[in-house]
Write a protein that binds this ligand. Structure first.
Ligand SMILES: *Cc1c(COP(=O)(O)O)cnc(C)c1O
Length: 369
């Protein structure tokens, strides 16, 4: 590209052009593939709740009317299901939006925010767009390391982001450890608990963070409808102390959650059967995939989410890149995760029975090729 002087066209604020743009999961296979199984974005193989589909259809006739800017009925439905106070919930256009709003609200240039080695990529993007510096902390065996995170906190730290479970590893840390992290933080540091996969976790020592938010002034929990069947509707939410709700409400877009999202979201969260079916499908097939992939000699990171990180052999012939090409050619679209610090792994969303069996069968022949 030709060099243009600063005065000849608008120039982004300092630091913006240093940000590496987010790369979403692929959705297309090469031409000629009969059936495509998209296993790259952790969507729900059971699709949206049928009740959410119906609600979205019904509201179509009212799309001329602005939504309720406070998404009150959606907040009330969430509050009812999770036993929360609706006044301490903010809904957003996906939880990505709320993560960005938190960064914009609490980070200034020169501040630091702590993230883990294989953290969800959007944290870094939002930290940098607020002009602050991401401080990346080593993990231990692909798990967040609380001692290392605490050691990284300085007088400049304003936010600590923790995805629990994390994407793309699928690992979680027990709630005792989250408490220990919180207890070690100065009270002016905001702890953001990103519980995007909370619905899927079936572990007695796991908690998404509701109780901690209720008892501290510096903890928020973010959630999403995306992984449970409404990725396209873009619905996220945050549960936070009143003073944080008050600050975020000053800068969020006045109609950030659209009418279709509000109605589909209300129907979806009340459809507990659909959530249960989705979670139980995931349990069955996550276990099956872990076992079958391990039998093939592939290492998988132990996951509690709706996806699994598959590591490939050092042998160039059987690398993640080669496996990705092989699978794509057969219609199975997985996620490359080099950008997350895993150059030789692929992340696979737990799919339909057909997709799961298909991937294992394809990898079986790939590893013999
Ligand atoms: C998918 C995901 C999100 C955000 O999803 P939205 O679709 O924006 O709600 C947030 N955090 C993690 C760790 C995720 O994997």
């Amino acid at each position: 590209m030709s060099q243009t002087s600063d005065k000849q066209r608008p120039t982004p604020r300092a630091g913006i052009m240093d940000i590496e743009a987010y790369v979403p999961g692929k959705s297309a296979a090469p031409a000629g593939v009969a059936k495509v199984h998209k296993l790259s974005s952790n969507e729900n193989p059971l699709g949206p709740s049928p009740k959410a589909i119906e609600a979205a259809r019904e509201v179509a006739a009212k799309l001329d009317i602005y939504p309720d800017g406070t998404a009150r009925r959606l907040r009330e439905a969430i509050a009812e299901v999770h036993g929360l106070n609706a006044a301490n919930i903010i809904c957003s256009n996906g939880s990505d939006e709320i993560l960005g709003l938190l960064a914009q609200t609490y980070l200034s240039p020169g501040d630091e925010a702590v993230i883990t080695e294989h953290a969800f990529m959007v944290y870094k993007i939002y930290i940098q767009s607020a002009g602050a510096t991401p401080v990346t902390v080593k993990e231990t065996d692909e798990h967040a390391d609380i001692d290392a995170m605490l050691a990284a906190v300085t007088s400049r730290t304003k936010i600590v982001f923790l995805a629990n479970p994390n994407n793309p590893t699928g690992t979680y840390i027990p709630f005792q450890e989250v408490r220990r992290l919180h207890a070690g933080l100065p009270r002016h540091v905001l702890l953001v608990l990103d519980a995007a996969y909370a619905e899927y976790v079936r572990r007695n020592d796991y908690e998404a963070g509701i109780e901690l938010v209720g008892s501290a002034e510096n903890v928020v929990m973010t959630r999403t409808f995306s992984k449970i069947g409404l990725g396209g509707a873009r619905i996220g939410w945050m549960y936070a102390p009143t003073h944080i709700v008050d600050a975020i409400n000053r800068i969020r877009g006045p109609f950030n959650v659209n009418t279709t999202a509000i109605e589909a979201g209300i129907a979806a969260i009340r459809d507990r059967d659909h959530v249960e079916r989705s979670v139980s499908h995931n349990q069955t097939w996550l276990t099956w995939l872990s076992e079958e992939l391990t039998k093939l000699g592939l290492r998988v990171t132990p996951s509690v989410g709706n996806f699994i990180l598959i590591h490939f052999p050092d042998d160039e012939k059987y690398s993640a890149a080669k496996a990705d090409d092989y699978l794509s050619a057969r219609g199975f679209i997985l996620r490359r995760v080099s950008g997350y610090g895993f150059p030789n792994a692929l992340r696979m969303t737990v799919g339909t029975e057909e997709a799961n069996r298909g991937v294992v069968a394809a990898l079986t022949t790939f590893l013999k090729s």
